[in-house]
Design a protein around this ligand. Structure first.
Ligand code: ZN
Ligand code: ZN
Length: 556
């Protein structure tokens, strides 16, 4: 008798980290599985650990190999950590993409902003609707989050239903779009849900996330009482927040000026898709200077301290249109993403030093997370009553807290997995059955590099300790045919005693070569290695650091 098909799940990104989400679901057995991918996002590099790397993406080598079995890619919503890698990686997959209207429109706007936009077709599915994709029937269930049209996916198969929550929260008054569809989630629970694969971001936080409507109230009060100019910065994709700021500005009789390309792009897409219907027209940055100080509000990009974004330039008095002075205020309607604290801090300090009042979520409810806290996690588990819970979308601590919470509310099976684990959901006992290849890719300039490649490691080392170049011209008999060439890059000129380091390195190169037995001097690789070691250990003595050292041996 033929064995029944298996339903499997594997995260290829987004587990053990926040960012670069990519999950796959498999139906079939052994080598004969159909795969459905959910989301394809990026993480952001940080300058200190990954110099020169802006974006990190999941390694999709496994899916590329399984391309003929990949039936589609479904997007839960249009945040970068869920859809930011598509433009770079989709050309390797070329599978159908499914998304709702706003996500598709934002993707299209982003695609068209590329220098050479690749053609990437997206099939639009209505919010609340369903679509058959290979052997999977995928239902888009509206959930509240911090961008319009976020969806939990109910993935129905012959083996059972999986609820992939995507990013969500419970917000009875989300300002834009419907609240999380509790009724439909309860119906799914009544019909029976095999597994819930869920957002763990805020699993360490007790209680419930406040509503967008409460944030809107705070912003309205702050704008109303402001005397001078006001600038508000927030995540560009948070259209509900943009609407809240617009309403606050209208109530205070201020014109809104939009500053920053990402913000302009989202505003345009939100207007096209009807999410800013009834909201007053916004002005371009060129009109900012024409309004009196108490009649204008600048809505800016740059809440994460990005050096090229609007706010950093305004704070640095380097923006061609928008300026702030003593008595003006800036509202950070955002949270500083870990890793960006220094950049944000330096902007805040710059503004405060100029006499600008800075308001952040430290003292006022000017921002709220789009992810569920513990009471909300309990709610969804009680509605859906899954047989299995798999925590995703979080670092190790978030995942383990989510797992622990699920155990305490009595979820029969809680499965913790890591990127690359292939988990059998059913039929029969669930558990990890295999490991799939997984990893990271770095976007380095316009090249996608394997994270294991040497380039970034070498750049980090060079950034820390510089580099020494040595060129040796050797005769056939193994003698120095000329003086060595020595160049020190990124290394101090003099040691503590005031002696020139390049002289010291030159001397050690010559004495090392001359001190070697003739046979070793005639072997270019052995010679280079000896010189390299001597140079690095000398600089370590002189300076306390071992730079990169490249030795070239020329036979003349
Ligand atoms: Zn996310
Ligand atoms: Zn999100």
């Amino acid at each position: 008798m033929a064995q029944p098909d298996e339903l499997t799940f594997a995260p290829l990104g987004g587990v053990g980290e926040i960012g670069m989400n990519l999950s796959i679901y498999g139906l079939g057995k052994g080598q004969q599985r159909s795969w459905l991918a959910v989301d394809l996002g990026v993480s952001f590099g940080d300058e200190e650990h990954l110099p020169g790397i802006d974006l990190i993406m999941p390694d999709i080598g496994f899916l590329v190999k399984e391309r003929k079995n990949l039936v589609g890619l479904v997007l839960t919503h249009a945040h970068e950590d869920h859809f930011g890698a598509i433009i770079d990686l989709w050309p390797r997959l070329k599978c159908p993409i499914y998304a709702t209207r706003f996500s598709a429109a934002l993707f299209e706007a982003k695609r068209l902003a590329e220098r050479e936009p690749p053609k990437i077709p997206v099939t639009v599915v209505p919010s609340g609707g369903s679509i058959e994709i290979g052997p999977f029937s995928v239902e888009f269930i509206p959930v509240a989050h911090s961008i319009p049209e976020s969806h939990a996916l109910a993935i129905h198969t012959e083996i059972g239903t999986v609820l992939h929550t995507g990013d969500w929260k419970i917000d009875p008054t989300p300002i834009i779009g419907p609240p999380t569809d509790e009724r439909r989630l309860r119906e799914l629970g009544d019909a029976g849900v095999l597994a819930l694969v869920g957002d763990s971001t805020n699993a360490v936080r007790d209680g419930r996330s406040p509503s967008e409507a409460e944030v809107a109230k705070t912003i309205a009060a702050l704008v109303k009482s402001a005397k001078g100019r006001v600038a508000v910065t927030t995540f560009a994709s948070n259209v509900a927040r943009i609407k809240a700021v617009a309403d606050a500005a209208r109530a205070a009789e201020r014109e809104i000026v939009v500053v920053g390309r990402a913000m302009e792009r989202v505003v345009q897409v939100a207007r096209e898709t009807g999410y800013l219907d009834g909201v007053q027209n916004f002005r371009g940055g060129d009109l900012y200077g024409q309004f009196p100080a108490d009649k204008v509000l600048a809505l800016c990009t740059g809440s994460q301290g990005e050096p090229r974004a609007a706010l950093a330039r305004i704070a640095g008095n380097d923006h061609p249109q928008v300026t702030l002075n003593k008595g003006d205020s800036v509202i950070f309607s955002s949270r500083t993403i870990p890793g960006n604290e220094k950049a944000v801090g330096s902007i805040i300090n710059g503004l405060v030093a100029q006499g600008v009042e800075v308001i952040t979520d430290r003292t006022h409810l000017v921002h709220v997370s789009g992810h569920p806290r513990r009471d909300e996690l309990r709610d969804i588990l009680s509605w859906v009553r899954p047989q299995i819970l798999i925590p995703v979308h979080g670092e190790a601590l978030h995942l383990s807290e989510h797992a622990q919470l699920a155990r305490t509310v009595g979820v029969p099976k809680v499965l913790s997995c890591r990127n690359g684990d292939l988990v059998k959901l059913g039929p029969g006992d669930p558990g990890i059955i295999a490991e799939l290849p997984s990893g990271r890719l770095y976007k380095d300039g316009n090249i996608l590099e394997d994270a294991k490649s040497r380039a970034v490691v070498e750049r980090r080392r060079m950034g820390f300790a510089g580099c020494v170049f040595v060129a040796l011209a050797m005769s056939e008999t193994g003698e120095l045919a000329d003086d060595p060439e020595v160049d020190l890059v990124g290394i101090p000129e003099k040691n503590g005693a005031g002696e020139e380091l390049d002289d010291i390195v030159f001397d050690v190169v010559v004495s090392t070569v001359e001190g070697l037995p003739r046979a070793r001097r005639r072997d270019p690789d052995a010679l280079a290695e000896s010189v390299r070691r001597a140079v690095r250990s000398t600089l370590n003595e002189q300076w306390g650091k071992r730079p990169l050292c490249l030795v070239h041996v020329l036979e003349v």
